[in-house]
Design a protein around this ligand. Structure first.
Ligand SMILES: [Zn+2]
Length: 118
């Protein structure tokens, strides 16, 4: 069985080929991830966004320009995640999270954001 087209270019694999990569990507503490706003380019922790809505869903808005960077909706079919307002999402490995958490301690969250600590 060939893994290349007749012209030598590789045949695409199905999405199962990146299952391990995606499992690694989505197995992180999401509130410690940072998001780059597609509206203004601000990079901020998810925990620093302003959250509206709940309990069916939530809209996370950039604390700087108010663009909706993430939309979460719970439906009977499952959970929907819309990232149209985010240029990118950066998930940090666990050892980097501990460093970031130390730096973030003492920092005030913007109005409307919820603290993750009690
Ligand atoms: Zn923004």
């Amino acid at each position: 069985m060939s893994t290349d087209h007749d012209d030598g270019s590789p045949l695409p694999l199905d999405g199962n080929a990146v299952g391990g990569f995606l499992r690694e990507l989505f197995a992180f503490e999401v509130t410690d991830a940072s998001v780059t706003c597609a509206g203004c380019g601000t990079v901020a922790f998810i925990a620093e966004t302003r959250v509206y809505g709940e309990p069916m869903g939530a809209i996370l808005r950039c604390a700087h320009c108010d663009v909706a960077v993430m939309r979460l909706v719970r439906t009977p079919a499952g959970l929907w995640l819309d990232l149209r307002g985010a240029r990118r999402l950066l998930a940090r490995p666990s050892h980097r999270r501990a460093q970031q958490t130390k730096k973030a301690k003492g920092r005030r969250l913007p109005a409307g954001a919820r603290s993750r600590t009690k």
